[in-house]
Design a protein around this ligand. Structure first.
Ligand SMILES: Cc1cc2nc3c(=O)[nH]c(=O)nc-3n(C[C@H](O)[C@H](O)[C@H](O)COP(=O)(O)OP(=O)(O)OC[C@H]3O[C@@H](n4cnc5c(N)ncnc54)[C@H](O)[C@@H]3O)c2cc1C
Length: 390
């Protein structure tokens, strides 16, 4: 038995579910989403889910600004609660970053985001635990926040289902047979066929690529998050902090229960197989991070580590996603390589991809994310160099 459909989405992370919802909202019929495990069981489940707009690449900034509007008004614009908390965002850097940072602030302001360069005293008013004695430049925007990655993904999926999308969990794709007008997807639960397939399997794209002989230009790495708690209260409305003075570009944000999430914006440890990830975090990493956080927030010299986990980044050569039709494969689309910053972009990446698939003009820029940019010499490099803030 083959189930005949119009569009098959593979992958039930935040990108696949946002795309499914947007397709259905735009009127697409007979859309099916196939997820090998539960919804939100891949990289999205491990996300710190920070939703900021500080990007030096303008197309990223536009996606981030338009996506932030959706996160902040999710109930009205999509339907449902995704736990969005607005905290603001402090970004500290060496003096050499002043020019690029100020250029980003100007661009953010042009797009309606409230930004300012702060003095150390002003920064400490917003975040009293912060030591900014050694930083060259401090920027702030008041719009940034974070959401709940599980709620965001499952709410998109629920809304997609309400609009007619059929979602199959525990349905791993095991093979793909491609022809221009029809494509067959083999799964453990039977076969599905459609003229259009969208691959949104993030770090697992390599496996699907092997099924069709396409080598997608990205690599996987392992990223670690640790959570810390100090005796004194850590307020939920203190801003998220990005520290560009540190070699690993650390970031931290408040979480419920007075806990602080601490992660890095560097490359992480290369891994072959995302299924090999385990949540153990080595002592060397903990010691390294403990020293950095104690420097930036001195009361954290006495912090307890309450938890830690690891998650995969799917990193492209320019640290920006590949979203669009696979060159040479009519009707086959991919969304991969979100390089550790895809959560915040998911609302409009899903929307833009849905519009592209349906032959409509995307509301947000999608052309910069074509896979062909790497062979055409048009990579998307930002002014902070390689990294998830670009
Ligand atoms: C530690 C960490 C912190 C992060 N912090 C942030 C942040 O603060 N802000 C931000 O914007 N981004 C952040 N990110 C990045 C962001 O979370 C990801 O870019 C985003 O969640 C990727 O979503 P996705 O849907 O592409 O992939 P995934 O969530 O990995 O979804 C892919 C899905 O495909 C499924 N799948 C795989 N193979 C198959 C198959 N054969 N058949 C069917 N289904 C299959 C998987 O089970 C999975 O559910 C972070 C990532 C990590 C790891």
């Amino acid at each position: 038995m083959v189930m005949i459909t119009d569009i098959i989405i593979i992958g039930g992370g935040v990108i696949g579910c946002s795309t499914a919802y947007n397709l259905a909202k735009l009127g697409a019929q007979r859309v099916v989403l196939l997820e090998r495990g539960d919804l939100c069981s891949g990289g999205t489940a491990k996300s710190c889910a920070i939703v900021r707009t500080h990007y030096s690449i303008e197309s990223n900034l536009i996606h981030a600004v338009e996506s932030l509007k959706i996160f902040a008004s999710f109930a009205d614009m999509v339907g449902g609660d995704v736990g969005f908390h607005r905290t603001g965002y402090l970004i500290v850097g060496p003096e050499t970053h002043r020019q690029p940072m100020e250029a980003v602030f100007r661009k953010q302001r042009e797009h309606g985001i409230d930004t300012a360069v702060l003095t150390p005293a002003e920064a400490r008013k917003i975040h009293p635990l912060l030591n900014v004695d050694d930083v060259g430049v401090i920027g702030y925007d008041s719009f940034t926040g974070y959401a709940d990655p599980y709620l965001t993904t499952t709410t998109y999926a629920r809304r997609a289902k309400e609009l007619g999308v059929r979602v199959y969990t525990d349905t791993a794709v095991t093979g793909l047979a491609l022809h221009d007008d029809h494509k067959t997807v083999h799964t453990h639960q039977g076969d599905f066929a459609a003229p259009v397939i969208i691959m949104a399997v993030g770090p697992w794209t390599y496996q699907l690529g092997c099924m069709i002989g396409v080598d997608f230009p990205y690599e996987n790495s392992r990223h670690k998050v640790i959570t810390l708690k100090i005796a004194e209260p850590y307020r939920l409305d203190w801003p998220i902090v990005k520290d560009l003075t540190t070699p690993t570009k650390i970031y931290f944000r408040p979480e419920t229960g007075g806990v602080v999430l601490l992660g890095t914006g560097d490359h992480g440890d290369p891994i072959e197989d995302p299924d090999s990830l385990r949540d153990e975090i080595d002592d060397a990493h903990i010691e390294h991070m403990a020293a950095l956080i104690a420097h930036r927030m001195p009361p954290f010299a006495e912090a307890d580590i309450t938890a830690g986990w690891t998650g995969p980044y799917d990193i492209t050569p320019d640290w920006n996603p590949i979203v669009g039709e696979v060159p040479g494969y009519k009707g086959l689309y991919v969304a991969v390589g979100f390089s550790g910053h895809g959560f915040k972009l998911a609302p409009t990446m899903g929307e833009g991809l849905a519009q592209t698939v349906l032959g409509q003009e995307p509301r947000v820029p999608m052309a910069p994310y074509a896979m062909s940019r790497f062979v055409e010499g048009k990579p998307l490099y930002g002014s902070y160099g390689i990294g998830s803030i670009s």
